[in-house]
Design a protein around this ligand. Structure first.
Ligand code: NZQ
Ligand code: ZN
Length: 389
């Protein structure tokens, strides 16, 4: 196991009615709040009303930035920064999923920058400070509620760029599984695929000494497999929603990758599917993951797939190792299909037209190579896209 510095500073309030801590937690940091949210689902399911009621009861002034779309755009971030500057905002509260939280994170750091917030994503502008952020999570998927990363799109430039900084870690996150009851089936499925993909990104690494981290990743994968379908079939099953919600936070808060030499593979490839076609993040991952698995399966990598097949899918270890690996990949694909997720790019309306540009951008964005389990170069990424059509 490699050296690491553990630091996951976000305080998590998990469970039913934990929203009641909201007023007290915000008041530790500020009293003039920008609330960020998405397309309005929080107004339909009552979460918005509850948040506003608590803010009013605690004499906390608030401003709003609604209308943040999935694959959030830099334009909304610019708008949010302006509201913060115009009104001396001292706290940003994200009420939503990854798109809303990521926008809040970049607003909070761009507040301390005079230029265009996009410069932060391109790393032309260093992050120097941040407004404190809090989260009321409404959807289990990205883990953004407990990590310090954010991903923002720029449709004009056909870019979708990730960035991370310790300042962007939320001060607290409220995780009430019942808040995810209204997440539609397709988004629940996409969220599960995202959680599984985050686990795979840490699990499939060339490192061999992080036994514990790999067992943790397997537990998260098994949790998704056990509860993902239940959450889709029975949206108000608390146990299923709770297990998926906590799995989401643990899959990308660092706990799986500490002590390991990890580098995302499928995320780097999927990012440009969303950048070019606005495809739902988890959908792009569900399509590309099995294709990537088959592409990287070879003598050097087969043992890891055997570990995955035996420990996660319960495949007999007595079989031929390539047969185990292939069965594990098939089961992964079948599982995504059972959740109602598409399995080809063609199904989501993507053809050959942009594949070369997407592969070029994906590789450029990662400095020439994607992943380290099997390093992928331009031709590899292009071939993976082609096989996914
Ligand atoms: O827009 P609203 O009305 O909020 O509806 C959303 C949206 O349509 C809906 N939704 C969320 N909670 C709901 C609900 N509908 C009904 N009831 C609820 N309780 O779900 C839709 C998707 O929301 P979004 O926030 O886009 O989903 P998700 O959490 O999957 O976030 C995806 C974004 O996060 C980025 C992705 O790239 C993508 O842009 N990621 C962020 C990461 C991070 N910060 O660590 C890592 C991830 O790998 C990922 O890249
Ligand atoms: Zn993801």
């Amino acid at each position: 196991m490699q050296n690491f510095n553990y630091s996951i500073p976000t305080k998590v309030f998990f469970g039913k009615d934990q929203i009641n801590v909201l007023g007290g937690e915000i008041k530790k940091y500020g009293s003039r709040v920008l609330i960020t949210y998405g397309g309005g689902n929080i107004k339909k399911n009552g979460i918005y009303d509850k948040v506003v009621e608590i803010l009013k009861a605690n004499h906390i002034e608030y401003w709003e930035l609604g209308g943040i779309e999935p694959n959030p755009e830099i334009g909304k971030v610019r708008e949010g920064v302006q509201i913060c500057k115009d009104n001396n905002i001292d706290f940003v509260l994200a009420v939503g999923g990854g798109s809303t939280i990521d926008s809040a994170k970049i607003i909070s750091v761009a507040y301390y920058y005079e230029g265009d917030p996009w410069d932060i994503l391109t790393r032309e502008a260093p992050i120097k400070n941040a407004l404190p952020i809090g989260v009321v999570l409404t959807m289990a998927a990205t883990g953004s509620e407990m990590n310090s990363g954010a991903v923002i799109s720029n449709k004009e430039l056909k870019q979708k760029l990730p960035i991370g900084h310790p300042f962007m870690a939320p001060k607290f996150s409220i995780l009430d599984p019942s808040y995810t009851y209204t997440v539609p089936k397709n988004q629940t499925a996409a969220g599960v695929a995202d959680i599984m993909s985050h686990s795979f990104e840490s699990y499939f690494s060339p490192d061999k000494g992080a036994y514990l981290q790999d067992r943790l990743a397997e537990s998260i994968l098994k949790t998704c497999i056990k509860y993902g379908k239940i959450a889709i079939d029975e949206p108000e099953n608390y146990e299923a929603r709770a297990n998926i919600m906590w799995a989401a936070s643990l899959a990308l808060n660092g706990i799986l990758s500490y002590g390991k030499n990890t580098a995302s593979s499928v995320h780097g490839i999927a990012q440009y599917v969303s950048a070019y076609y606005n495809t739902t993040h988890g959908v792009a991952l569900a399509i590309l993951t099995p294709v990537w698995m088959e592409y990287v399966l070879e003598d050097k990598t087969v043992e890891k797939f055997v570990e995955y097949g035996v420990n996660v899918w319960g495949i007999s270890p007595d079989k031929d190792k390539f047969a185990i690996a292939q069965e594990a990949i098939d089961k992964t694909k079948e599982y995504f299909t059972s959740l109602g997720l598409p399995s080809t790019l063609g199904e989501v309306g993507i053809g050959e037209e942009n594949l070369e540009n997407m592969a070029r951008d994906a590789i450029e964005n990662k400095g020439g190579v994607i992943g380290n389990f099997k390093p992928l170069y331009y031709e590899d990424v292009l071939e993976i896209y082609r096989r996914a059509i």
